[in-house]
Design a binder for this molecule. Structure first.
Ligand code: NAD
Ligand code: UDP
Length: 323
């Protein structure tokens, strides 16, 4: 008889991070159950796992009651729209998946006695007044602004997770993810990397929102997945920032993309969306200390790999504007 594999449920499995997590857990020797309703995800991200003996997929909206046959050892809750244009388009679903969906998963984890890790975000810090952002910063969020639907859903998600931990003794982990990029991002999801690379490939000007002085710090997906895995396997229950502290302004970043892609286009300026954070950089001292983790892939290498991926997409994918 073969060894029984540990079983992990990954929600948001057809999305960018969820699909990479499925690959990681398969590689580490787990039995993986992927769950998604495809609202912002894509079946193609899981095609390569379809016939894998240690993988199964369940199409389900996690805001509805979740039923899983058999035991579960781990749950990774990654289902949620993540790009500003997605959560502005489906604000109520975004609030529901962070609240009702998270509640369902915590209940499932309790019933199965499984450890659960939830995907939180640097957006819990809002437009931060502390720089770089440490985990003990409470944040600066406009609850009623357009981004509030995402930020507050994620803040609620953290609160209910800690309540299950404290009240029910549930084994929980919380990762605060900072801007992460790589292959399988949706080309038309509006986030700055697919936006700039798509524009370069289509021969369009690169759209900078605002004056481009706002900053972000971009983490390559393999580093992010490695950090998440280490956090899950650690015994630390409070939130941990995972991201790459290498900060850059959006204006300088556009110049880097122009150089990388060799596009002859220029940059054009559009209005800055409301409550768009002016600066963002993770303080990763905690992750270094408790997980022995830090990012290894520099932006040049990560962007090159990501551009290769976008170049390999069909003309149809490249020209698709709406999800
Ligand atoms: P994504 O949009 O590619 O993936 C999200 C997935 O969740 C999609 O496949 C979508 O169909 C699925 N989903 C949404 N609502 C659902 C529902 N009700 N039921 C079932 N499935 C549902 O986004 P991503 O970038 O992979 O983000 C994944 C997670 O990581 C999200 O929770 C996001 O908030 C978090 N996060 C990501 C980043 C980043 O930079 N990528 C940063 C911070 C936080
Ligand atoms: N941005 C931009 N042009 C675009 C898309 C985004 O200048 O075509 C800016 C956006 O205003 C923000 C930054 O790039 O300041 C990162 O945006 P993204 O949507 O990737 O993620 P965010 O960190 O804001 O959630």
């Amino acid at each position: 008889m073969g060894k029984t594999l540990e079983r992990v449920l990954i929600t948001g499995a057809a999305g960018f991070l969820g699909s990479h997590l499925c690959d990681k857990f398969i590689k580490e020797g787990f039995y993986v159950i992927g769950m998604d309703n495809f609202i912002t995800g894509d079946k193609k991200n899981l095609e390569h796992l379809e016939s894998h003996p240690n993988f199964e997929f369940i199409e389900h909206d996690i805001t509805e009651f979740i039923s899983i046959d058999g035991p579960l050892d781990y749950i990774l809750h990654f289902a949620s729209p993540a790009s500003p244009i997605d959560y502005l388009k489906i604000p109520i679903q975004t609030l529901k998946v962070g609240s009702l969906g998270t509640h369902n998963l915590l209940g499932l984890a309790k019933a199965k006695n499984a450890r659960i890790l939830i995907a939180s975000t640097s957006e819990v810090y809002g437009d931060p007044l502390v720089h770089p952002q440490t985990e003990d910063y409470y944040g600066n969020v406009n609850t009623i602004g357009p981004r509030g639907v995402y930020d507050e859903a994620k803040r609620f998600q953290e609160s209910i997770t800690m309540a299950y931990h404290r009240f029910h003794g549930l084994d929980t982990r919380i990762v605060r993810i900072f801007n992460t990029y790589g292959p399988r991002m949706r080309l038309n999801d509006g986030r700055v990397i697919p936006a700039f690379m798509g524009q370069a490939l289509r021969g369009e000007d690169l759209t900078i929102f605002g004056d481009g002085s706002q900053t972000r710090s971009f983490c390559y997906v393999d580093d992010q997945v490695d950090g998440i895995y280490k956090l899950l396997m650690s015994d630390y229950v409070y939130p941990v920032n995972i991201g790459n502290p290498n900060e850059i302004s959006i204006k300088d970043f556009a110049e880097e993309i122009i150089a990388l892609t060799g596009t002859k286009q220029k940059v054009i300026y559009k209005p800055l969306p409301q409550n768009d954070p002016l600066q963002r950089q993770p303080d990763i001292s905690l992750a270094k200390k408790i997980l022995g983790w830090e990012p290894k892939v520099d932006r040049q290498e990560g962007m090159r790999k990501t551009f290769e991926y976008f170049k390999s997409l069909s003309k149809e994918d490249l020209n698709k504007r709406e999800h």
